[in-house]
Design a protein around this ligand. Structure first.
Ligand SMILES: *[C@@H]1O[C@H](CO)[C@@H](O)[C@H](O)[C@H]1NC(C)=O
Ligand SMILES: *[C@@H]1O[C@H](CO)[C@@H](O)[C@H](O)[C@H]1NC(C)=O
Ligand SMILES: *[C@@H]1O[C@H](CO)[C@@H](O)[C@H](O)[C@H]1NC(C)=O
Ligand SMILES: *[C@@H]1O[C@H](CO)[C@@H](O)[C@H](O)[C@H]1NC(C)=O
Length: 239
């Protein structure tokens, strides 16, 4: 079977970091003293590959709260679909930021969180219907809506109107989405998209939708947006 991958423009490129045990420990430890951050904040949008536990609080079959997830983390499974940290943890670490909080993990709106959030949700896609059969998910549109809420309800409380655009323009926005649109949509027998769209048409549809979504991020103040390509996809068949 040949898969057609959507190629997205890589606006900024980061070096890939190899995971190692020390790295994991540092990310897991809470009170580590980090040097001054290189950017004011990191905002993460995406699917299970960068979900840092958000789906743990959703009604979904996609959870990663049990072994062997987290097998290389001293604290065990954290809701990440990984043996330990996920790529965005490494990027945050290299930017010398505190661990990127999963949106909703902070205690109250009065708590000062300007180092960023992750809105990534397992089985989420560019298309709203992606992941439908697996339960609840925060689609890319919903993740952007939650970021909008963050800007208006959280950041505005702590950063004044003169400073906010500057802050947002200096933050890094990571977008890691699109694989689920194939895995839990196009390539699934329960989905209609493969009968409606040819491979290339579906790719174009995703790219077009994502372009609108990136524009929405831009409108909300984002300037440094990193878009990852989708990787090789694994299709889980449900019978
Ligand atoms: C995610 O999945 C739910 C449940 O199947 C579905 O109703 C919804 O459209 C999807 N998106 C969001 C934002 O919940
Ligand atoms: C906004 O915040 C900055 C930095 O804290 C401060 O220097 C500036 O005077 C503030 N501006 C207004 C209009 O409050
Ligand atoms: C697929 O398309 C058919 C015919 O248009 C429709 O009846 C059915 O509800 C669709 N199924 C899904 C999962 O959208
Ligand atoms: C952000 O939310 C505001 C208020 O709800 C809304 O008017 C605006 O259109 C939203 N912006 C984007 C880019 O979604």
């Amino acid at each position: 079977m040949s898969l057609l991958f959507v190629s997205f423009l890589l606006i900024e490129i980061f070096g890939f970091v190899k995971p190692d045990a020390d790295h994991h420990d540092q990310i897991a430890r809470e009170n580590i003293v980090l040097p001054a951050p290189l950017v004011p904040g990191l905002y993460v949008f995406g699917d299970s590959q960068v979900d840092t536990s958000l789906s743990t609080n959703l009604n979904t079959l996609m959870t990663a709260t049990y072994m062997p997830y987290g097998i290389d983390f001293t604290i065990g499974a954290t809701g990440r679909f990984s043996n330990g940290a996920v790529i965005t943890d490494f990027i945050g670490h290299d930017l010398q930021l505190p661990t990127t909080l999963t949106y909703g993990a902070y205690k109250s709106l009065d708590e000062v969180v300007t180092s960023g959030f992750s809105y990534a949700s397992a089985s989420a896609g560019i298309l709203h219907k992606t992941g439908l059969e697996l339960g609840e998910n925060w689609s890319m549109g919903k993740q952007i809506a939650m970021f909008n809420k963050t800007v208006h309800e959280n950041l505005r409380r702590h950063i004044n109107n003169t400073e906010l655009p500057k802050y947002l323009s200096e933050c890094i926005f990571l977008v890691f989405i699109g694989a689920s649109d194939y895995e839990t949509n196009y390539l699934q027998v329960y989905s209609n998209t493969s009968t409606k769209y040819a491979n290339e048409e579906f790719g174009s549809l995703l790219a077009m939708k994502l372009a609108y979504q990136l524009k929405a991020l831009y409108e909300l103040g984002a300037r440094r947006i990193v878009v990852f390509e989708i990787g090789p996809t694994a299709v889980i068949r449900h019978h």
